[in-house]
Write a protein that binds this ligand. Structure first.
Ligand code: C2E
Ligand code: CA
Ligand code: CA
Ligand code: CA
Length: 276
């Protein structure tokens, strides 16, 4: 297999040769996105289900192009194919930690791809960001999806190292994969994020709504059994919020409480300040 190096990160990318031409062009443009300052983080509040006070924010990546703002669903998978997600993830981490260091955010969650965790220097880099910024490890949460948890053996070591640093790990999109229970039983995870696909149908009439409610209740019961707090994603209506309180969900996140938005503070657009 061809092994090339992109931006200093060795990746297996035999798959790149098979990409459609528009993806190759997108990748070439994405390669320059960081140095050109085209990446942005938008932050969405997470609130306490009971009091609705803001307890933290999730950082969501955006790519500003001449054609408009590109959502992560349009380029993250491609960035993973090419290994570009590694430098992008480092940028996200640095930028999010910097927002905490400046006192703009008190707690921030970032989405981490499996390829990032597979880098032998991921944990040292995380430790360095904590040391350089001086932020409290509890102010950082790493959100991992089940697909991230592919190689459970190596992953356990990495997650234990992350826990050792005092940084929390959330299992993202809970309920959408197959190995959730195995993951919960064996991995050091501190938080469960219930996927939006379980929240959206809650208000459906008839059996669909009732089924969604039961599934949700089941997930919160599982979380309780493991002593884990839950975050519900994609909460859009006060009826959904009320049902989530009823089942005992700990935190809520969604358009009802705030859309993802850029932070406004002096120097927030200045990428040269990142990584000090
Ligand atoms: P996710 O982690 O499940 O993030 C939640 C998604 O739901 C976000 O989409 C958010 O904007 C959207 N959302 C939040 N509240 C609501 C709501 O009330 N209603 C609806 N309909 N949607 C809501 P977004 O920002 O497009 O991100 C999509 C996915 O891209 C994320 O899903 C995450 O898996 C990935 N992603 C985002 N930023 C990063 C990043 O920095 N690194 C990596 N590796 N992946 C990222
Ligand atoms: Ca997430
Ligand atoms: Ca989700
Ligand atoms: Ca996700």
């Amino acid at each position: 297999r061809a092994k090339r190096t992109g931006g200093g990160y060795a990746v297996f990318n035999a798959q790149l040769d098979d990409l459609p031409v528009q993806d190759v062009e997108l990748l070439a443009a994405l390669h320059h996105a960081i140095p050109r300052g085209e990446l942005e983080l938008h932050f969405q509040p997470v609130v306490d289900a009971g009091t609705t006070s803001v307890v933290g924010h999730e950082a969501l990546l955006r790519w500003r192009r001449p054609s408009g703002l590109v959502p992560p669903t349009d380029f993250i998978a491609l960035a993973e194919t090419a290994g570009l997600i590694v430098p992008i993830g480092r940028w996200v981490l640095g930028k999010a930690a910097d927002a905490v260091r400046r006192g703009v955010l008190k707690r921030v969650s970032i989405n981490v791809s499996g390829l990032e965790l597979q880098q032998p220097d991921y944990v040292p880099a995380l430790a360095r960001v904590l040391a350089d910024t001086g932020i409290h490890p509890h102010s950082l949460v790493l959100e991992l999806t089940e697909s991230t948890l592919l190689d459970p053996h190596r992953l356990t070591t990495v997650l234990e190292d992350i826990a050792q640093l005092g940084v929390a790990v959330a299992l993202d999109d809970f309920g959408t994969g197959y190995s959730s229970l195995t993951a919960l039983a064996s991995l050091p995870i501190q938080l469960l994020k219930i996927d939006r696909s379980f929240i959206a149908p809650l208000e459906a009439r008839g059996p669909a709504g009732a089924r969604a409610f039961k599934a949700l209740r089941g997930m919160v019961m599982v979380a309780d059994a493991y002593g884990l707090p839950t975050v519900a994603e994609g909460v859009e209506t006060s009826v959904q919020a009320e049902l989530l309180r009823e089942v005992g969900c700990t935190y809520l996140q969604g358009y009802l409480f705030g859309r993802p938005a850029p932070l406004e503070w002096p120097g927030s657009g200045d990428d040269r300040e990142i990584g000090r």
